[in-house]
Design a protein around this ligand. Structure first.
Ligand code: HEC
Length: 280
């Protein structure tokens, strides 16, 4: 009797171990599923092609875009960003001292999970952390100097494949899962989630725009946008989409926003960076 009991417990544990990885979709399984979905649906496009967003689906806009890209409007921001990046702080230290590899060719690995704080950080957050640690005032997010710094740093990652890590730490996984929740949550008077437009309706027209695919959306950020008349980071774009559905946008650099960026960037792992980019 006792033997049987032990055996069945063992069998139960064994089957749980076997079955669990199949039931639980973690970041790795998600990635295969998400990218597989878009590759199957748009089989004429490669994974790297997906990073051309709406221009994959709108010939007219694509031609205009290619014309603009002959003299990319973000070039000045790269130059100004490089200058700012190399300018020492009052104490003689530099931004390069706060990043690995001196801050060069690392943009494709952000946002990252920070094991000290247990939270997700994008480059903007590290830039401000670096400034404060060196006795400088933090910069405001989303516009101005910080965007120029991002633009320069992203340019040094051009051609590198997005590589977002979700380390084996329950807090990192929780941040990723929270980002997923934000992504799939309906919001605003129009009651739409990101998912409804950039997944279900990807490639379709909505109010004169063709919707880009969720996978491949992050690779050209920060990006120059005619509507902004400037280069802007991805969280500024997220806020725009939240406003468009009639929702109060999440705050830049809030946990929810950072987790969204973490989840959303992870789904483009393996796709080449082409930032900075240009959009209408
Ligand atoms: C009502 C539909 C709608 C919803 C919901 C929506 N967006 Fe958008 N989004 C658009 C449209 C339209 C554009 C401009 C066309 C394009 O690039 O897809 C856009 C553009 C973007 C872009 C820029 C793409 C590029 O190539 O530069 C990103 C990134 C983005 N959305 C992310 C999100 C996220 C994240 C959410 C959820 C918080 C979201 N969107 C919700 C309609 C939507």
């Amino acid at each position: 009797m006792c033997h049987h009991y032990r055996l069945s417990i063992l069998l139960l544990l064994f089957s749980l171990l076997l079955v669990n990885p199949l039931l639980y979709a973690g970041p790795k399984e998600d990635l295969v599923r998400y990218q597989g979905y878009f590759q199957k649906r748009f089989s004429n496009l490669s994974l790297d092609d997906l990073s051309n967003g709406l221009y994959n689906f709108d010939e007219g806009r694509r031609e205009q875009w290619e014309a603009i890209m002959e003299f990319p409007p973000y070039e000045i921001a790269i130059e100004e960003g490089e200058e700012l990046f190399n300018k020492p702080f009052g104490n003689g230290k530099r931004y390069a001292d706060c990043f690995d590899n001196g801050g060069v060719a690392i943009a494709h690995t952000y946002p990252r999970f920070n094991a000290k704080t247990g939270k997700v950080q994008n480059i903007s957050a590290v830039i401000n952390e670096c400034r404060v640690a060196n006795g400088e005032k933090p910069l405001r997010y989303l516009k101005g100097e910080i965007v120029k710094l991002l633009t320069y740093m992203a340019d040094t990652s051009r051609g590198k494949k997005i590589d977002i890590q979700v380390p084996d730490d329950p807090r990192a996984l929780a941040a990723y899962e929270d980002g997923k929740r934000v992504y799939f949550t309906r919001r605003g008077v129009r009651d739409f989630a990101c998912y409804h437009c950039h997944w279900e309706a990807a490639g379709q027209k909505i109010r004169g725009n063709v919707l880009s695919t969720a996978v491949g959306q992050v690779t050209h950020f920060p990006s120059y946008r005619s509507k902004w008349g400037a280069v802007g980071p991805i969280q500024r774009r997220y806020k725009g989409c939240m406003k468009n559905v009639g929702a109060v946008p999440l705050k830049a650099q809030s946990d929810a926003m950072n987790n969204l960026e973490y989840f959303h960037t992870h789904m483009s792992n393996g796709i080449s960076m082409n930032a900075p980019g240009t959009r209408f």
